[in-house]
Design a protein around this ligand. Structure first.
Ligand SMILES: C[S@@+](CC[C@H](N)C(=O)[O-])C[C@H]1O[C@@H](n2cnc3c(N)ncnc32)[C@H](O)[C@@H]1O
Length: 280
């Protein structure tokens, strides 16, 4: 299958023959048509998904609003509803509001609980979003990742943002104790899993993650905050998430407050932001 742009329309070809057409003006679908011989075979879904994708309909951080004409036949409504379109008067409308992602939630919590850190550590810097966030809070930031590519990406992001308060290095977070002295760090952030845009087979591993968490808690000053976003699902399994949860749940209440923020009406594989507060 191939989609070609032809004069304001996306045309879906199967083996050189056009089988569907979607005419768009910005985010308004003016015409959507699949050749009757090719209906109910997934071609419509493929074309509509692509039209939505190309016009920002799946952007996780940007709101979007798409419109389409009401279908000629009532039974076609289910197809549009599958993609989030609802009847509004004489047309179909699909409104998407950005979700509060696990990472965004962790940023809000850290900012609230640790507004003016003097020393923060990003223990999985990846593409540098968390490091950029920590740099924005001020103070000194140490960012590390086991992959040189992640360190390059983070340095590039900070450079573009004009931020110079971070030291970024290739390091294994299982060796966090070499990075700072015990009791001196205000905030440590972990965002486990793989490098987005990188090799998905290179992801964090339970044994190292546990060693890193234990060392991070030791580095935190009393009153300091640890944030960890946990992942599970295809490719990564659920072992790391479950193992870390078991570890966090057993931390003594006399020394730590542990909060796990589960997305209760979403699938089990939703990111799981966790916060640990070290008691003063
Ligand atoms: C989900 S990404 C982090 C995203 C990142 N914080 C950002 O804002 O873009 C997870 C990162 O953890 C890193 N990682 C995995 N195991 C590690 C380890 N033992 N030590 C340090 N980094 C590790 C991966 O290389 C990957 O870049």
């Amino acid at each position: 299958m191939e989609i070609r742009e032809e004069g304001g329309a996306l045309v879906l070809y199967k083996e050189g023959t056009p089988v569907g057409r979607c005419t768009l003006e910005d985010r308004s679908i003016l015409e959507f048509r699949i050749d009757p011989r090719w209906r109910r075979k997934g071609y419509g879904s493929y074309l509509l998904k692509e039209a939505l994708r190309r016009t920002g309909g799946f952007e996780p951080r940007q709101p979007s609003c798409h419109r389409a004409p009401l279908p000629a036949r009532e039974e076609e409504l289910a197809f549009w509803e599958k993609f989030g379109f609802q009847r509004e008067g004489e047309s179909l409308v699909r409104r998407r509001r950005p979700d509060l992602s696990g990472v965004e939630l962790s940023h809000r919590l850290v900012k609230d609980l640790c507004p003016q850190p003097r020393l923060s550590i990003d223990a999985t810097c990846g593409n540098g979003y968390d490091t950029e966030f920590l740099c924005g809070l001020g103070g000194e930031v140490i960012a590390l990742d086991i992959q040189p590519r992640a360190v390059e990406n983070t340095r590039r992001r900070l450079g573009k943002a004009g931020l110079s308060n971070a030291r970024v290095m290739v390091e294994d977070h299982a060796r966090l104790d070499r990075i700072a002295a015990p009791g001196t760090v205000d905030c440590v952030m972990f965002n486990f899993g793989w490098l987005p845009g990188g090799d998905h087979t290179l992801h964090s591993q339970l044994e190292k993650s546990l060693a890193a968490l234990e060392k991070a808690l030791d580095l935190l000053r009393p009153g300091g905050v640890l944030s960890a976003v946990l992942y599970s699902g295809q490719g990564i399994g659920s072992g790391e998430k479950e193992g870390i949860l078991r570890y966090l749940e057993r931390l003594p209440l006399t020394r730590y407050t542990v909060i796990v923020c589960r997305y209760a009406n979403y699938k089990d594989t939703a990111p799981l932001p966790c916060i640990v507060l070290k008691k003063g």
